[in-house]
Design a protein. Structure first.
Length: 87
C-alpha cells in the first residue's frame, strides 16, 4: 500500500535559480522594495516582479518571507551575511 505524502513535507527536487534570480533575491534579503531592486539592477519594476514570480514558483512559496526562508534552507542565500551563497 502506497503512503500519502505528509502535509508540510516538501519533495526532494533540486531547486535551481538563475544568476539574475539570485541577484534579485539577495537584494530582497537586504530589505529592498521591488522599485529599489529595479533601480539597483537597471531594469523595470515589472521585470523584478517577473523574476520574483519565477522565484516563488521554483521555491513553491507565495511571498518574500517564505522565499527567503526556503532559499536559506536550501543554501541558496546566506541570511547571516545577506548575500547569495557561494557555489
Amino acid at each position: 500500500m502506497a503512503t500519502e505524502p505528509q502535509p508540510g513535507i516538501q519533495d526532494e527536487r533540486v531547486v535551481s535559480l538563475t544568476k539574475r534570480e539570485i541577484e534579485v533575491l539577495t537584494l530582497v534579503l537586504e530589505g529592498k522594495s521591488s522599485r529599489d531592486v529595479a533601480a539597483a539592477l537597471f531594469c523595470s519594476k515589472r521585470t523584478v516582479d517577473f523574476h520574483l514570480a519565477r522565484i516563488y514558483d521554483k521555491l513553491q512559496v507565495s511571498n518574500r518571507v517564505q522565499a527567503m526562508r526556503r532559499a536559506a534552507l536550501l543554501g541558496l542565500v546566506d541570511v547571516v551575511n545577506g548575500r547569495a551563497a557561494q557555489n
